[in-house]
Design a protein around this ligand. Sequence first.
Ligand code: MG
Length: 277
Amino acid sequence: MKKFNIRPSTMPSLAGFYLAACTICITICPVPTATAAEYLTGIEWEEPKQVIPGKNNQAPPSDAVVLFDGVDTNAWNNAETWSVTDGFLIVGKGMISTKEAFGDCQLHVEWSSPLPAEGTGQGRGNSGVFFGPYEIQVLDSFENATYFDGQAAAIYKQTPPLVNVMRKPGEWNSYDIIWNTPRFDTEGNLTEPATVTVLHNGVLVQNNFELLGDTPFNRPPRYRPHPPELPIRLQDHRNPVRFRNIWVREIAPIQGKRTQPPALRDGKTTMKLPKTG
Ligand code: MG
């Protein structure tokens, strides 16, 4: 069977033929000159505020409230027995809670399970990040079997994380948490459940999960009405978990106001669009 080989010596001539064909096409083919109509939303948006990012994505940006920067526990209540050693915050007796209350927010926290690892299951490196009564589990889940909705980055007793991204004991983990607080009406009825998105060591592990209520050990979850802003808390579960680099940003939807109906602008002509939805 005859084979077709493209020898190196023929390649320049083929490339030349291709270029010539393209040139002819560009010369004789009409090029559309009219631009497409532009869609106008008719909404006047506020300008997004300027935020200066941290030196890296672990460092607090300019609009963050720093909750722990390695120096002291001034941002926390009940922290007398929690120690600050070598720039780390180490679990003491009882939960600590922020002096300031937070509603919808972005929280960054880094934590490290004790080394050597001691205990098993829920008894190894257990702590927790709480928004009011709602816990995102902190646990040494590196080669440590336990119930899945109680492992690291679980919403405790409600859902496991999507994947297990745990680092070895003694190494540092990070949580980046987007928290939307639940809403209640004036009668105390739930109108919007809490939702949470969590990145564990940069990997998505909770994807806008809707909480079923609070997260106790000994009964089903339930909602009890509370103000939208509550303290953030860190749990004492009798394990010397270390924390560092904790900061939080309050978040709010960007505001816009409709000043015109939606429209298409084609040159100088603006055509209003029928309302949808
Ligand atoms: Mg816990």
